[in-house]
Design a protein around this ligand. Structure first.
Ligand code: ZN
Ligand code: ZN
Length: 372
């Protein structure tokens, strides 16, 4: 697979080693997942056998892989890095191998936040004197600000998911079940260029009042408002996530009023993004507007989440967060109003904070779309 050469630059491990030193970590241990891909470009399979990038704060990094995975690692972008790739045999203890290769006197080790517990415990035994900590504390600071190439990759992902929303009228109709519609949408997510489908929410009528309803066997009824929240991962590794709202037939009056409030709130929020504001200030812009119209008790989640190689990552746009927004940060703005037993609505765009403001990557109309 070809990659934008700027997407996974060669200096990331060095930057991670510096971040580890700054965080008081003697080494980072990174197993397969978005952190490993971010640092090396290697999309390794998460397996019971240990694959692990070892990045000591002050000595050369290396990648430990099962011998049978070494050819795949070598042809991945990791093979082009200045990184020793060490294969271990089925009869070796890979944890002891990692310990033997690290300088003595390791006191604090950062493990990637999603490492499997069985590996965490095996590393605890391999480094009995060392404290275990989260590598995320060091890595999030790197991943949170996207490079130009990363923004391009997020833009491609947004364009792909926008294309699926634009075609919704082909699949979303009264008389079909959410599950039937969801399957067509999943096929379209792949058809639009994603490598994987990460989630498909088709929440009709009262199901829309649950923010994370997925799909059910409920038959969509005439006049139902429907929340459609969909996303996938592109071959680049970067994720999409966008929510739009549809109504099959005439929408209820009360719903239209709530939708108008929500649209005003989400629009105000996306227009207000500016470097220097805090995450909680951005959250409050939508929350105060919704509360002022009497729907405060029905906006039951944070405004949004960062997005990149993970669908949910830093920064979280949530009350109480003093996180200052900076150019390069990418996150969702997705306020919602949920009326239990009736329906719900959520409008979601991915927004990138630029030097001067916020740029929406999802650009389909945010108006309620009435489908026949
Ligand atoms: Zn979403
Ligand atoms: Zn989201």
């Amino acid at each position: 697979m070809t990659h934008d050469p700027q997407l996974y630059p060669a200096d990331r491990i060095v930057r991670a080693q510096k971040a580890a030193a700054d965080a008081g970590l003697d080494a980072l241990l990174v197993s397969p997942g978005p952190d490993l891909r971010y640092l090396t470009g290697y999309e390794a399979q998460p397996l019971e056998r240990l694959t692990c990038l070892v990045a000591p704060a002050y000595s050369a990094p290396f990648l430990v892989v099962p011998l049978l995975e070494r050819p795949a690692a070598e042809v991945s972008p990791a093979g082009a890095l200045e990184l020793e790739i060490i294969g271990w045999q089925e009869t070796d203890d890979p944890y002891a191998l990692v310990a033997s290769r690290l300088p003595s006197g390791i006191r604090r080790i950062g493990l990637d936040n999603h490492m499997w517990a069985e590996k965490v415990l095996a590393f605890r035994d391999a480094f009995p004197g060392a404290e275990q900590a989260l590598a995320g504390d060091a890595l999030a600071g790197l991943r949170i600000r996207k490079s130009e190439a990363e923004v391009r990759a997020l833009n491609e992902a947004a364009t792909a998911i926008d294309a699926v929303h634009l075609s919704m009228g082909q699949w979303l109709r009264a008389g079909r079940t959410e599950r039937e519609v969801g399957k067509d949408i999943a096929d379209a997510i792949i058809g639009a260029g994603h490598a994987t489908v990460d989630f498909v929410i088709v929440a009709s009528g009262p199901n829309g009042a649950s923010p994370h309803a997925e799909v059910s066997d409920r038959v969509i009824q005439p006049g139902d408002p429907v929340v459609v929240d969909i996303g996938g991962t592109m071959p680049s590794g970067y994720c999409s996530d966008s929510t739009r709202n549809y109504c099959v037939g005439e929408p209820p009056e009360e719903y239209l009023r709530a939708y108008g409030v929500l649209l005003a709130a989400q629009t105000a929020q996306t227009q207000s993004v500016v470097p220097g504001m805090t995450a909680e200030q951005l959250d409050a812009i939508g929350r105060d507007l919704i509360a002022g119209e009497g729907y405060g008790d029905y906006f039951i989640h944070r405004t949004g989440h960062g997005i990149g190689l993970d669908t949910h990552e830093e920064p979280y746009i949530v009350a109480g967060s003093q996180r200052v927004l900076e150019p390069g940060m990418a996150f969702s703005v997705e306020p919602g109003i949920y009326l239990p037993g009736k329906y719900g609505a959520r409008i979601e765009d991915i927004v990138v904070c630029t030097e001067t403001g916020g740029e929406r990557l999802n650009v389909t109309s945010r108006e309620l779309r009435i489908l026949a």
